[in-house]
Design a protein around this ligand. Structure first.
Ligand code: IMP
Length: 439
């Protein structure tokens, strides 16, 4: 293809439009069969995707959910931080469940998460005391810190034995100095090197030119699905800083984390729950501390996939979701968990925030303002029916249809998919044209 031609429109980004856990994994699995490439672009094993296929549950933290489709190439992009031990365990576990998996490619630019990152994650959280972030303790922040400080070890170096030996020696000396500051015993080089050199041997065959492969795929008009991790408001720059993760889960991160130019991104779908959840600390304007919050937690099994922590639950926050719609330039919305809201007579949705007596539809940018924000609610009718068996939008209860339409109107984008249950089949495809172009 000539560079001045319009690129073939066949790329789709799936992004978490809230604070993560929006059921992106399910959607990636539903669409993964249509994609030729499924690509993770940010984060590491702080993410947790659950996919249920014909009653069998698969849990992914590093592998793209597309791995379940044998004809699909799964790519771990250069924007990720990867724990090799965890990656190998996940490959082995998934292979034990399904013999026939898709091909896996790991970018040489992705950074490695070592045990000292996990240790520092915990020590730094303890040191923060009351101001702790509530991280997943997977070493994600410290691994990204090393990347930005330009002392991180990348996949391309990790799989070259002599380079890895030298780099680990250099970096561990620095890390041990840090551990001494925390009054923590040092990590011994020999044991760490021996263990990780073995992982490197097993991972080496997967490390290939992921960026070149993707660029070729774009030129050839292949269907590429970018699988976001975490969610928009955990974005390092545009989330509820400092209560965020250390990478870029937003749609723009798909370019940064894969080396693909912005002109190659076609459609962007934002996945949002029909209510709101958050794990860890930080602002949450529509949080519920009452029986309804508990009802949502119980009906939605809202406990973290990675840490098992109970998720904080609250009403749908349209102020936040509108910001997310704009920040990600969403083509459409994927509204999940409509089944979970069953049996709540009245549903509230936040349509504004009041801060110091001033009402606005804008998200605050500082934590102090968030703390003061009082939600302005609109009340909509709920539904009692079990919607999980419904496959067409027009067959949903009238109040569910009104709930969805209210959200579409407020956000100014259409609902592309409605999810009414965890299984692949429990999905209502409303606008297939917002995925890969005209069906
Ligand atoms: P970290 O990513 O482990 O550094 O954690 C930073 C914040 O992001 C914490 O509040 C975590 O609970 C949150 N977080 C990280 N990954 C996920 C995810 O996949 N889903 C939901 N929250 C997440």
């Amino acid at each position: 293809m000539r560079r001045d031609q319009e690129p073939h429109m066949s790329t789709l980004v799936i992004v978490g439009a809230q604070w993560g856990d929006e059921a992106k994994g399910k959607l990636v699995d539903v669409l993964g069969g249509d994609a030729e490439y499924v690509v993770r672009y940010s984060g590491g094993n702080n993410a947790g995707h659950t996919v249920i296929v014909e009653g069998e549950t698969f849990k992914f933290q590093l592998l793209p959910a597309g791995i379940l489709h044998p004809g699909t190439v799964s790519i771990l992009g250069g924007g990720m931080v990867i724990c090799p031990k965890h990656l190998l365990e996940e490959i082995d576990r998934t292979r034990a469940q399904r013999a026939d998996l898709g091909e896996l490619v790991v970018s040489p630019s992705a950074h490695i998460v070592f045990p000292y990152h996990r240790l520092l994650d915990q020590l730094e959280e303890e040191a923060r005391g009351e101001n702790k972030i509530g991280t997943t303790s997977r070493g994600i922040g410290p691994a990204y810190t090393d990347k930005v400080s330009r002392i991180g070890i990348r996949m391309g170096e990790f799989v070259q034995p002599d380079v890895f030996h030298r780099r680990l020696q250099e970096v561990l000396a620095v890390k041990n100095r840090l551990l001494r500051m925390f009054d923590h015993p040092e990590i011994k080089f020999d044991a760490l090197h021996e263990e990780y050199a073995q992982y490197a041997v097993r991972i080496a065959p997967y490390v290939r030119d992921a960026e070149g492969m993707l660029q070729d795929a774009v030129d050839e008009g292949k269907r590429i699905l970018f699988e976001g991790a975490q969610g928009t408001f955990l974005d390092l720059d545009y989330g509820t800083y400092p209560y965020v993760t250390s990478s870029h889960p937003i749609a723009g991160g798909a370019c940064l984390g894969t080396g693909l130019g912005p002109r190659h991104i076609h459609n962007i779908l934002g996945v949002a729950k029909a209510y709101t959840t958050r794990v860890g600390e930080g602002p949450f304007v529509t949080e519920l501390h009452d029986a309804i919050g508990q009802q949502i937690r119980d009906q939605g099994h809202e406990y973290g996939t990675v840490t098992g922590r109970p998720r904080r639950c609250g009403w749908l926050d349209l102020v936040a979701l509108r910001y997310s719609t704009r920040l990600n330039s969403l083509s459409g919305l994927v509204l999940t968990r409509l089944d979970t809201l069953r049996g709540i007579p009245e549903l509230k949705v936040a349509v504004g925030y009041e801060i110091d007596g001033v009402r606005s539809r804008r998200m605050p940018s500082r934590v102090e303002e968030w703390a003061k924000a009082v939600p302005v609610y609109e009340t909509l009718a709920g539904w009692d029916e079990d919607v999980s068996g419904i496959r067409r939008r027009e067959d949903l209860p009238v109040s569910t249809q009104r709930y969805v339409s209210f959200i579409e109107e407020y956000l100014g984008i259409p609902a592309a998919v409605l999810s009414v249950g965890p299984d692949r089949a429990e999905t209502i495809m409303v606008r297939p044209d917002l995925m890969w172009g005209q069906p």
